[in-house]
Ligand binder design. Structure first.
Ligand SMILES: [Zn+2]
Length: 162
């Protein structure tokens, strides 16, 4: 998925983070912070690799691309910690982890794959991945948005809109 595509998946990520905070019975302020942080975090797994650029092209990074930063268990653990913590810091943890997981899901179908199980071992889906980066971005963005909104609605968000 392209950087632009990832940024738009932030809409779905925001609702997903809000849904988690709501299921954890966090105060609305915590829910809002988690949502806003998630909205802004869907490019994070790429830039926390500390990339180097030459002539506008990404030529490498301090952390190997799509390894530790794209490892789902790390972010699930951070969500669990954030829910347990329950403070503003916890809300930031939930938001950044949900945004990162949505990013990883956006990358997962590409030929390069993501490290599903071990952090240094990328696995692609099938022989060649499902599709190349940049394809099906609009349906993916809409899919995340609808899923996120649905989860939030079911988690009790409906009481805010009725
Ligand atoms: Zn990525």
């Amino acid at each position: 998925m392209t950087g632009r595509g990832h940024r738009f998946t932030g809409i779905g990520a925001g609702f997903m983070a809000a849904a988690i905070a709501r299921m954890a019975k966090a105060p609305e302020m915590i829910e809002l912070i988690a949502a806003v942080v998630a909205l802004l975090s869907t490019t994070m797994p790429d830039w926390i690799e500390i990339p180097f650029y030459r002539g506008g092209q990404r030529v490498g990074s301090l952390i190997t691309h799509r390894t530790l930063t794209h490892w789902p268990p790390l972010w699930f653990a951070l969500i669990a910690w954030g829910v347990h913590d329950g403070t503003v810091l916890g809300a930031i943890a939930i938001g950044s982890a949900v945004g990162s997981l949505v990013h990883i899901l956006g990358d997962a179908p590409n030929p390069m794959g993501i490290p599903w199980i071990l952090p240094h071992k990328r696995l692609r889906i099938g022989q060649k991945g499902l599709w190349k980066s940049g394809k099906y971005e609009v349906p993916l963005i809409l899919g995340f948005a609808v899923t996120g909104f649905g989860l939030w609605y079911l988690a009790g968000g409906k009481s805010l809109i009725h």
